[in-house]
Design a protein. Sequence first.
Length: 85
Amino acid sequence: KVKRVYYGFVSLDSPPFYDPWFAKARTTGAIEAREMDEGMLRCGLQAAAQRLPFLPIRAGLGSDVRAFWGDELKTVKSPYPTPIP
């Protein structure tokens, strides 16, 4: 049985794209929903394909994504000097 689902942002909650089973699973807590933007999803899949633990990405830093992901998302300090303006 699936317990946790990672997926790109879903905003098509209207006919004909509405999926009542997925919506019910999200809203009742039957699954742990981990929603992210498409860039984060792509980097996660790319890291997995390259057998890496993660790939750094700036997506989501200006949003509230980290608040509802808890400790699952981390930030890392850049190994490079301050960017040139």
